[in-house]
Design a protein around this ligand. Structure first.
Ligand SMILES: Cc1cc2nc3c(=O)[nH]c(=O)nc-3n(C[C@H](O)[C@H](O)[C@H](O)COP(=O)(O)OP(=O)(O)OC[C@H]3O[C@@H](n4cnc5c(N)ncnc54)[C@H](O)[C@@H]3O)c2cc1C
Length: 300
């Protein structure tokens, strides 16, 4: 790893961190150390880091804002590559109603640009604490909106560092799913297509949705948002509540009292606490309602 660290240091602008606690890079605020952690600033750096990892035979994993991730307490024995704020530019394309964003742009930043440009259709995403890249992977959505409805095209990098452009309809987007990870591709850029709208109305809608989040979600605690996917015909939170698991605690992890669909880090939770709590919740829900809950959070 020492040799690989030196190679990567020569490729990127940001410092390369060794044994970096992933609790610093996930919204759950849990996770053991990554052997190496690097934030890339552009596609050339990303391609260089991937090639260096592959040449050294070391595994790598790309993250955005870490808002849908549970990293094991043992950490990650490879290179974590962050595509975040250092690769986060977004602009309106002149003469069109489209916005192109680098994968690391935050959804909040893109939503603010859309509002300022008088473009409607992206208000749903303004309160989701992820990046454009993470949102494409997850087909993130809220309040009757989802990425599938606005995504026009993406630029994807393969394992050789080659970038290709694909139309959104090739990504198999469906509820919290895209086919990008199974093809071992990385999102480097996305273009969304919106429609002209009134700035004041857009701004009011964003404020309204964010107020609803504040009211309903336990935003005062670290979490990864909804822990489970919504099973067809049900709401995960309601099933969990009906199973008597609201407030259920394992170590520092708890099923939120405010919103049973959220697992929160009440203080000092480990990844093992969170994992074991989600196993107990799944078992309880299966017993009381016969429904199998599927985790929405990604495990490293
Ligand atoms: C308080 C709170 C509220 C939330 N509310 C919502 C909500 O309303 N709706 C919703 O859908 N989600 C919600 N989430 C979950 C999360 O914010 C979204 O899933 C978001 O899209 C994840 O983006 P990220 O950049 O944080 O991705 P990460 O968590 O960093 O990564 C998630 C997955 O995407 C992959 N990935 C990330 N970036 C890239 C890239 N550039 N190329 C390839 N793979 C990549 C990672 O490998 C990982 O598998 C919420 C989370 C929190 C904490």
């Amino acid at each position: 790893m020492t040799e690989l660290k030196q190679i990567i240091e020569n490729l990127v602008r940001e410092p390369v961190l060794a044994d970096e606690p992933m609790s610093r890079h996930t919204t759950f605020r849990v996770g053991g150390p990554a052997a190496l952690y690097v934030a890339v600033s552009d596609t050339a750096e990303l391609a260089g880091v991937i090639r260096a990892c592959r040449a050294a035979g070391v595994k790598y994993y790309v993250i955005g804002n870490g808002s849908n991730l549970l990293v094991r307490d043992e950490g990650y024995d490879g290179v974590i590559i962050e595509i975040g704020k250092h690769m986060g530019m977004c602009t309106r394309n002149p003469g069109t109603d489209t916005i192109t964003a680098r994968a690391g742009a935050s959804l909040a930043m893109v939503a603010a640009l859309a509002r300022d440009e008088g473009l409607t259709g992206f208000e749903f995403a303004s309160g989701i604490p992820g990046t454009i890249g993470g949102a494409c992977i997850m087909n993130a959505g809220a309040y009757d909106g989802e990425m599938k409805m606005v995504l026009e095209s993406v630029k994807l990098m393969d394992e050789d560092g080659t970038v290709i452009e694909e139309k959104a309809d090739r990504l198999g987007l469906s509820y919290r799913y895209s086919n990008i990870p199974e093809r071992n591709l990385i999102v480097v850029e996305a273009t969304i297509a919106l429609t002209p709208g009134d700035r004041e109305t857009i701004s009011a809608r964003m404020k309204e949705l964010n107020a609803r989040r504040m009211e309903k979600q336990p935003l005062e605690y670290p979490s990864a948002g909804s822990t489970f996917k919504r099973p067809e015909g049900y709401f995960a939170g309601k099933l969990i509540q009906d199973a008597g698991m609201r407030g259920y605690t394992v170590g520092g992890a708890q099923v939120s009292e405010k919103h049973a669909g959220f697992v929160i880090n009440k203080g000092g939770a480990t990844a093992a606490d969170i994992w074991s709590l989600t196993c107990d919740v799944r078992e309880a829900v299966l017993k009381t309602s016969g429904v199998i809950l599927e985790r929405e959070i990604r495990l490293i």
